[in-house]
Design a protein around this ligand. Sequence first.
Ligand SMILES: [Zn+2]
Length: 359
Amino acid sequence: MKKVFNKILVFSIILLISFSFIGCVKSIPDPTITTSESIKNVILIIGDGMGFNHLNNAKTYFELENLVFEDDYLCSVNTSSKSIGTTDSAAAATAMATGVNVYNKRIGMNGSKTLTNIMEIAISKNKKTGIITTDNLYGATPASFSSHTKKRSNYEDIIIDQANSNINLFVGQNSSKYTEYRSQFESNGYNMCYSLDELNSKKDSTKIVANIPNLKSIYNTNESNQTNFNLIAEYALDFLDNENGFVLMIECAHIDKFSHDNNLLSALFEVRTLIDIANTVYDFAFNRNDTAILITADHETGGLKAAKTKNDISNKLYTKSSHSSNNVPLFAYNCSFENVKEEVKNTFIFDICNNIVNH
Ligand SMILES: [Zn+2]
């Protein structure tokens, strides 16, 4: 009897310790955001599927010593959604756009509740807003920053929401779906463009939706006639810059798509484009004290391992062809924090943007 009692006692103590430990981990508060009030612009760059080793391998392959944003590494990001298993881009982007953790496939909604996204908040503060992506504009990541629907495959809902969104600039991969809704966009004051030249000729517009062909990386020699996405980023900065500030989301979508195919070189070309865009955006922000830059990913794709040397770069570095639950990096420029910890949840990215937009 005494033995049984002792066992129960030991078990209870272990249980108590574990619970207090879990309680302890959970109770670590998020970092306090102390970003200067002079910051009025936020640029959020999302490498879809880009884990730590996508960046490491791009540095190794392209023999890059230091990336412009490397010194601004803040912490790693836990990308898990409410669904069991790994997140999809819809739940991850919704977490970053709205600050709410939701189930996979949801676009700006938690169950039947419509969530307010950072672009809507920015518009209510008279800031300009833009979304540029190498994906279709109805893709899960751009959709989560501009629409609300229960399923990422509800393209019609997404496009109609976008036409009513008042977001100043949409640029994405060309898709006939947007031409079908041309009248909805035009009646809401949007100009529709189909090339970079046309974008340049409509610089004075207040609202643009652009469908541009072949937004794959210019480093990818398997492709031809690519439109340089870095030039689109330059255009967006010029188009959105104004005295009240702006929020710009830039997505490099093909890192994920090529990683699903375990096509490492093509994925690394896309990472190289993201690095070019980071250089462009940092050049824009360096000369002024009003622009914050966040660089992160929605999740990791492929469970990618790091190559030790350039010769080790091969598709064999992938350990899977799906999303992994590996944390992703977060870099933050011109943002300041107290009590930074090793890991934050992806909803914290919304918190940073929201803090700046509400200055
Ligand atoms: Zn994916």
